[in-house]
Structures are given as C-alpha cells and as structure tokens.
Design a protein around this ligand. Structure first.
Ligand code: ADP
Length: 274
C-alpha cells in the first residue's frame, strides 16, 4: 500500500505537538500509473506506423521518385501502415465508448445467433483466405437475450477473428451456442457461447493478462496479423456491461476455447440492501 503522510504542527500552547495524518492513496497511485502506461502504449503504437510512413514519403520524394516499381511497392507498404493506424484508432474509440457506458445495462432484446451470423459473414473473406472453415454447433434457432447488438457483434467478431488468425491455416474454428440453465450464480439462466480453435494455444502464464490493453503473447506476430492488442480488452468490457462472464482456456499445442456467458433474463439492477 502507498500512504500519503501529512504532518501539521499544532499551535504553540499545546507544546511541541504535531498532527500526523496517514491517507491510503494506493488506488489513486495505481490509476495514475495505469493511465500513464496507457498513454505511453498508445503513443508507441501510433508512432511505429507513423515513422514508417514518414520514411517512405521521404524516399518517394527522393530516391524512388523515378522508379515506378519501387513506388508501387512503397505505396503498398504505406497503405498497410495507414490501415494499422486506422484500426488502432477505431479500437481505441470502441474501447472508450464501452468503458463510458459500462454502467448502463442494455435492455433491447436481440438474437445471439443473428449477431454471430453477422460476425461470421464479415469474417468470411479472412477465413477463406486462410482456408479456415467456421463451423456452428448447438442451438441454431433464435436465442433471445437483452443486449446491445452492435457491441455483441463486436465481441464475436473479435473472438472469431482471433481464432481464424491464431488458429492456424486450414484448421476449422467452431462456434457453439448452448443453453446453460444453471447460468451465472444469482443472475439466473444464461447462454454460453464458445469459440474454439485448434491452433497452437496459449501458455498458461499469459492467460490472466490477455484481456489487458496491448498485452500480446507475441508482439511481432500480432502486428504481422494486423492486431492492435485491444481486441480482448474490448471483449471483456462489453461482456461486463452485459453482466456476463468471460473465460479463456487453452492447451498449448492443441488449441484454445474462449467462452462468453450471457444472462438471458433482463439485467435488472441488483436491489440495494436496505
Ligand atoms: P491482437 O490484436 O493482438 O490479436 P487481442 O487483444 O485480440 O489482440 O489478443 C491479445 C493476444 O492474445 C494476441 O496478441 C495473441 O497473442 C493472443 N490470442 C488471442 N486469441 C488467440 C487465439 N485464439 N489463439 C492463440 N492466441 C491468441
């Protein structure tokens, strides 16, 4: 714990006395450190593509000016770097949006299978390019629950995209939707959605930190695959906002399972004990 100690001398008639106050500022200090780290991370993540862009602009203005082949190649790299900056800014905006409305419970009734279908449709080109088949299991009809359709689409988009990216070329990805009558303790019946891949898995030491912003098992690999390191942080916040649970299990060499559990009953606020 971190304490702030304030010593205030007392008036002279009370002798040589002083008032010593201890204030626990651990949490304040931790929040400050997290914010500083975040800003440093964002700056670093943005500077990497920006430096590359500036370098290529300079080359295009100089040495490569009259070389059409070099020009085409450099423009390709520049487009990729600009795309990375764009994704990063989009993910940062999503994250700040979900953090801002985390206290407001979504109430609209949505169909989880519809939302999953939309995420899969958007990822079809990526999956096809990697030769990955996305299989659906469990409940296939409408599964209704209170939720924010855009945000839940993003949850499944991020999870399925990771499964395709890190699951290995040619290995299928399974998305299972299962009724879970026991559900979440005190929150009643739920729906369990599992996204399963058969990739190289994740070592146990990384699991607890995967939902931290910018945490990656292999930074180079993530960047190469167009990752921002924010995907699972966004997933965690959206699931929290839905009063759900998020779990990651993995067996190195065999694959990983990402489970989202969402309550099916309207998420009424827990009554305050009187
Ligand atoms: P990124 O944009 O880097 O993919 P995420 O927050 O989505 O960021 O994921 C964080 C890290 O977790 C990734 O960089 C990757 O190392 C690891 N990871 C996520 N999903 C999987 C998966 N299905 N298999 C193996 N590793 C994964």
């Amino acid at each position: 714990a971190i304490f702030r100690v304030t010593v205030t001398p007392l008036s002279r008639d009370e002798g040589r006395a002083a008032l010593c106050a201890f204030e626990d500022i651990t949490e304040q200090e931790q929040m400050g450190a997290i914010r500083r780290d975040f800003v440093a991370n964002v700056s670093h993540e943005l500077r990497t593509p920006l430096t590359a862009l500036l370098g290529f602009i300079e080359t295009l203005q100089g040495a490569a000016k009259d070389d059409p082949a070099a020009r085409a190649r450099f423009l390709g790299i520049m487009a990729r770097e600009a795309g990375r900056m764009n994704r990063l800014v989009q993910d940062l905006l999503s994250l700040s949006r979900v953090e801002a409305d985390e206290r407001v419970r979504p109430t609209a009734r949505i169909d989880v299978n519809l939302v999953i279908g939309q995420a899969i449709a958007a990822l079809k080109p990526l999956a096809e390019a990697a030769g990955v088949e996305i299989l659906r299991e469990g409940e296939t009809g409408p599964v209704l629950l209170p939720g924010d359709a855009d945000q839940l689409t993003q949850v499944f988009h991020n999870l399925i995209e990771n499964a395709v990216k890190y699951g290995g070329a040619g290995k299928p990805v399974t998305v299972a939707v299962l009724h879970d009558p026991d559900g979440i303790a005190r929150l009643g019946p739920a729906v369990r959605i599992e996204v399963i891949d058969r990739g190289e898995g994740i070592d146990a030491i990384h699991l607890p930190r995967l939902t931290e912003r910018f945490y990656r098992v292999d930074t180079h690999r993530s960047r190469e695959k167009g990752g921002t390191g924010l995907g699972l942080a966004i997933v965690k916040h959206i699931v929290n906002r839905h009063r759900g649970r998020f779990r990651i299990e993995s067996e190195p060499g065999k694959g990983s399972r990402f489970t989202v559990i969402l309550p099916v009953e309207s998420a009424a606020e827990t009554p305050v004990a009187s």
